[in-house]
Structure formats: structure tokens, C-alpha cells
Design a binder for this molecule. Structure first.
Ligand SMILES: Nc1ncnc2c1ncn2[C@@H]1O[C@H](COP(=O)(O)OP(=O)(O)OP(=O)(O)O)[C@@H](O)[C@H]1O
Length: 560
């Protein structure tokens, strides 16, 4: 349960939370004033023979209620600012988890149900819990402040039993969550067994296995009944906690009446105390017990299931915050896009030590992007293997691939940059943007907190954002698949140099041959075979490389 609660708390954005809390203050006024108004109305008004004073005190509660209503209106208007980012985070990690499984070739039948039904349950219950907990805090703080202002002696008799009931209730929450989970599990088991038994009813009857099937289903029915009884016992325990916290303060105050009167506490103050208990503490505790016991448990259990299947958290960055490793090794790597298609890559062998900088060059359509996708684990080799740091299924935490069409999402600049590095400080985001050459763009957009509208950015600007995001990733292997094609040569050089200096391995699918000039190692794909080796020796070893260099020289000569 701790994981779910801390996820819920972590998702609360600071600024909207402050606004939410600030607008809650007026709502505490009617509760805080209610008992005091009753006490004064009785003591200074009705019992003193001044009914108009009494009525005026009671009317003051009405005024406070109007102020409270205004506050409540603002509170609900701000609820979306807290709930929607939470939902977006949840959708993102659910989609990441499903994609991660899909990329690894694992089926994930429940992904759609999680994304639609379960995310919506969690979002609704989250909003309900925020309203509930806020309401409890506002009402109980108002009532306790009011009790203290009416008479500290009244507070002494009412607060301890209330706190005891609340404490006991909170202590049962862990048990209640466990029981709720067991209940959901047993319910699922029962429907699975019942489905199988009913589906095979004809075969079971034909083989005379009726008793066996009855016993099988009976075990699940018994288990579910046990789980439901256990859940009911927890509900009874909750009622007991409410009785202690909600009714005991009332009984204590009534029983202490003579004792209080002997110490100068007026009838009005005792009545005021009773008012605080009856319209403040008791309903606040009642709603909390009901709400946390119902939608609170639904929140914890459903969120728990979503988190179990969400994307694994990004691998913690090494101590220096920078990636290490990223060795790539291919053995007999062969790939074709169809069973009878001509292979795009055939029997490719290469070893790229960690920290290398490889440029992949070749004519258009020769298989450079295919090679990138194989290294990233997005395609599965038809024959042979390709591994990253020894892993044949390079997980997202091992590599980051930036394709030609860079994806940028609606959100702030900081959210876009830190997508692969949630723990990156703002200073790190700034340094990365500076290194990649995106600092000017970010300043133009209005800084890290500026919102991004993907459609408002040019293709090159989107590439700069995506490149900075990838640069910050803890993945030791970065693959740029023509990821700088919309940048001018100078901006491309700056971005590539930043990636080359980033610890880890860099593979650049070259858009311009100048990318190969900067790399230590080159892979030339020319259709008849592949040539892999040092950049310096490549012109001698590969006629294709010489040809590409010639084209490049011809292109840049007239300009120089
Ligand atoms: N999804 C696919 N299904 C079928 N064939 C594909 C697919 N993707 C690429 N191909 C084909 O595989 C071959 C290699 O494509 P690939 O995109 O890897 O080449 P490339 O060298 O990256 O080309 P470019 O430089 O134009 O991006 C091409 O003939 C292409 O048409």
C-alpha cells in the first residue's frame, strides 16, 4: 500500500496543491464558527434575555457558510489541475509498459482494459480521495480550533477519543487493503474456474467427472466466501473505530457535564462543544471511514495492478549520472522483411566496444535503418544475433533510438526533456540543452517551464528537443537514425559531437558523409557486402565509401 500512496503523493504538483489548500481555508470557517456561535448565542443571547444577539450570532454562521461556498467553488475548479497530470503520468507509464512488452514479443491482453477502464477508476478515486482527505482536514481542523476557542476543557474531553478512533482506523487500513486484494484475487480465481468448468461441461459430463468439477469449483467458491467474510470483519472493525472516534467524544462530553460546570464552563460552551462534535468531528470521521474504506481501497488495489504492469522504472543513472557500457556485438546477423524476400542484411559480424562512435553509411534503401532497429531490439534477427552489453533483447534502459521523425509531446519543455531521466535536475537539463545546441531554442520558447505545442515547432526544432531528451537518457547506447537530418551542417556537427562526448556508445546512421568523418569506426553497407572498420582505413577498403566521399566533396567544394 505504501507504494501506491507514495505514487499518489509524488504525482501532486506543488503549485496546484498550494492553491487547492489555500482555497480550502474559507471552507473551514463555517465549522470553526458553528460551535462558538451556538455558545455565544446561548450565553450572551437567549439565556441573557437578548434574543436578537442570539439570532445575530447564529446568522454569522450563515455568512461564514457563504464564504465557505465561494472557497469550495474555487477548490473544485482546481481539482483538475491536480488530477489530470496524475492521469497523464499513469497513462504514459501504462502505455510504456504495454509497448515494452510488445517490443519484447510478449502478449499483453489486459493492456487495453488497463488503459481505459482501470486508469479511469484510479483517476476518479484519486479525485474522490483528494476531496475526501481535504474535507476531513478542513472540517476537523476547523472543529478543533473552534473547540479550543469555546473552552480548552471541552477540547480535553473530546479530542482524545476522537484521535483514538482515527488512529485505530488508520491502523486497520493496511489490513483492509490486504483483505480487499485477497477478495479481488479470489473473485478472479472463481470466475476463471467457473468459466473453465462451464466451458467444458459437456466433456465433464461425458467422462463422469461431475463430482470432480463440483469439488474444483467448490474450492474456489469456499475461498471466495472466506475472503468476503474476512472483508466483512474488516468493515465491522471500521464501524467500531467510528464508534470510538465519533460517538465517544459525545458521551465523554455529556458525562463530563457536571465536572465542567463545576469549573465554570457555561451551558453555552458545553452546547457549543456538542455542536462541534455533532456537525464537525463526527461527520468528518464518518466520511473518512466510509471513503477510505471504499474508494480508497479501490484506488490502492487498482493502482497496484497498474503499477505492477507499468514500464520498469528507468535504470538508475550511474553515480556520475552518466551512462557506461553499450558494447554492441553482431554474429551472422541476417534480416529480411519477409520469408521469401531478399535479406536486407546478410551474415553481418561486428564488435563495437563500449564507448565507440560508429557511423553507418550507404546509399538510400540499403538497410541502414534496419540495422539501427536491430541494434535497438525493435526488429528480431532472422538469423544470427545482435547483443547490447551481452543482452540479446536490448531493453529500453540499455539503448535510446532517435528516429528521423522526432516525437515531441504536449507538455512543458522540462517534461519533454526529462522523459527518460525523471530525476534529472534543472541544471542538468540546461547543461544538456547547451551541449546539444538546443539552449537557444529553449530560451526562445520561454525556458524549461514553457509549454510545448508540437505542431508549433519546425521539424528541426523537434529534433533538437528529442536529441536533448536522448542525450539525458541513462541508456549507454545512443542510436541516431538520421536524427539530425533537419538541422543545418553546423547544428548537426554540434549535436553529434555532444553525443560523441557523452559516455557510452554512439551509432549514427549518417545523413551526410560528414558524420562518418567524425566517427572512429565506420560500417559501409553497399548491398553486396558490408565493410566495417577504422574510419582512417575505410577509403582504401571500400570503393563505396570513396564514392560517397567524392559526392560529398563535390557538394561542398562550390560553397567553399
Ligand atoms: N517495414 C518494412 N517492410 C518492408 N520492407 C521494408 C520495411 N522497412 C524497410 N524496408 C525495405 O528494406 C530496405 C532497407 O530499408 P532501410 O530503411 O533499412 O534503408 P536505409 O538505408 O535506412 O534507407 P534510407 O537512407 O532511405 O532511410 C529497403 O528496400 C526498404 O524498402
Amino acid at each position: 500500500m505504501r507504494r501506491e500512496i507514495s505514487y499518489g503523493l509524488r504525482s501532486l504538483r506543488r503549485r496546484p496543491l498550494w492553491m487547492f489548500a489555500l482555497w480550502s481555508v474559507p471552507e473551514a470557517l463555517p465549522t470553526a464558527l458553528s460551535g462558538l456561535a451556538v455558545a455565544r448565542a446561548v450565553d450572551d443571547g437567549f439565556l441573557a434575555g437578548r434574543p436578537l444577539v442570539g439570532v445575530a450570532w447564529l446568522a454569522s454562521v450563515l455568512v461564514a457558510a457563504c464564504a465557505g461556498a465561494l472557497g469550495a467553488r474555487q477548490v473544485f475548479a482546481r481539482l483538475g489541475d491536480l488530477v489530470e497530470p496524475f492521469r497523464d503520468d499513469l497513462v504514459r507509464s501504462t502505455v510504456d509498459g504495454a509497448l515494452d512488452r510488445a517490443v519484447r514479443g510478449r502478449s499483453d491482453d489486459g493492456a487495453l482494459a488497463r488503459l481505459t477502464h482501470q486508469v479511469e477508476i484510479v483517476r476518479d478515486t484519486y479525485a474522490g480521495l483528494l476531496v475526501l482527505v481535504r474535507g476531513f482536514c478542513v472540517t476537523s481542523v476547523g472543529a478543533i480550533a473552534g473547540l479550543a476557542s469555546v473552552s480548552p476543557l471541552v477540547l480535553i474531553w473530546t479530542l482524545p477519543p476522537f484521535a483514538l478512533g482515527l488512529g485505530l482506523f488508520l491502523a486497520t487500513l493496511g489490513l483492509a487493503a490486504r483483505r480487499q486484494r485477497e477478495y479481488v484475487r479470489s473473485d478472479e480465481d472463481l470466475s476463471t474456474v467457473a468459466g473453465r468448468v462451464l466451458g467444458g461441461a459437456r466433456d465433464l459430463a461425458a467422462h463422469g467427472a461431475r463430482d470432480w468439477a463440483l469439488a474444483l469449483a467448490g474450492r474456489s467458491v469456499d475461498a471466495q466466501a472466506r475472503a468476503e467474510r474476512a472483508l466483512a470483519r474488516v468493515a465491522a472493525l471500521r464501524t467500531l473505530c467510528f464508534a470510538v472516534g465519533g460517538w465517544l467524544p459525545l458521551l465523554a462530553l455529556l458525562a463530563a457535564g457536571p465536572w465542567l460546570a463545576a469549573r465554570g464552563v457555561t451551558a453555552g460552551a458545553i452546547l457549543g462543544g456538542l455542536t462541534y462534535v455533532l456537525i464537525g468531528l463526527q461527520p468528518a470521521l464518518g466520511s473518512l471511514v466510509q471513503g477510505l474504506g471504499g474508494s480508497g481501497l479501490r484506488f490502492v488495489v487498482t493502482l497496484g495492478r497498474l503499477l505492477d504492469t507499468a514500464a520498469p522504472p528507468p535504470r538508475p543513472s550511474p553515480a556520475s549520472g552518466r551512462p557506461r557500457g553499450g558494447a554492441v556485438s553482431a554474429r551472422g546477423l541476417t534480416f529480411a522483411y519477409g520469408p521469401h524476400a531478399e535479406p536486407v542484411l546478410r551474415d553481418l559480424d561486428l564488435d563495437l566496444p563500449a564507448g565507440s562512435h560508429l557511423a553507418v553509411v550507404g546509399p538510400s534503401g540499403i538497410g541502414k535503418s534496419t540495422f539501427a532497429s536491430l541494434c535497438a531490439g525493435l526488429l528480431t534477427p532472422g538469423a544470427g544475433t545482435v547483443t547490447v552489453d551481452g543482452s540479446p533483447e536490448p531493453a529500453p534502459d540499455l539503448r535510446v533510438l532517435i528516429p528521423q521523425e522526432a516525437y515531441v509531446f504536449t507538455g512543458t519543455v522540462a517534461e519533454n526533456l526529462s522523459y527518460h531521466s525523471a530525476d534529472a535536475s534543472r541544471a542538468r537539463l540546461d547543461r544538456a540543452a547547451e551541449a546539444v545546441g538546443a539552449a537557444g531554442l529553449i530560451a526562445r520558447l520561454g525556458g524549461l517551464d514553457a509549454p510545448i505545442r508540437p505542431a508549433g515547432l519546425s521539424a528541426g526544432e523537434r529534433q533538437l528537443i528529442a536529441l536533448t531528451r536522448a542525450y539525458l537518457s541513462p541508456a549507454p547506447l545512443a542510436i541516431l537514425d538520421e536524427a539530425t537530418c533537419h538541422l543545418d551542417p553546423a547544428a548537426e556537427e554540434r549535436a553529434e559531437k555532444a553525443f560523441a562526448e557523452r559516455p557510452g556508445t554512439l551509432i549514427v546512421i549518417a545523413h551526410r558523409i560528414s558524420s562518418a568523418e567524425r566517427a572512429g569506426t565506420v560500417l559501409v553497407l553497399d548491398g553486396t557486402g558490408a565493410v566495417f572498420g577504422d574510419r582512417a582505413t575505410m577509403p582504401e577498403r571500400s570503393p563505396m565509401f570513396r564514392e560517397l566521399l567524392g559526392h560529398w566533396d563535390a557538394q561542398i567544394q562550390p560553397a567553399s
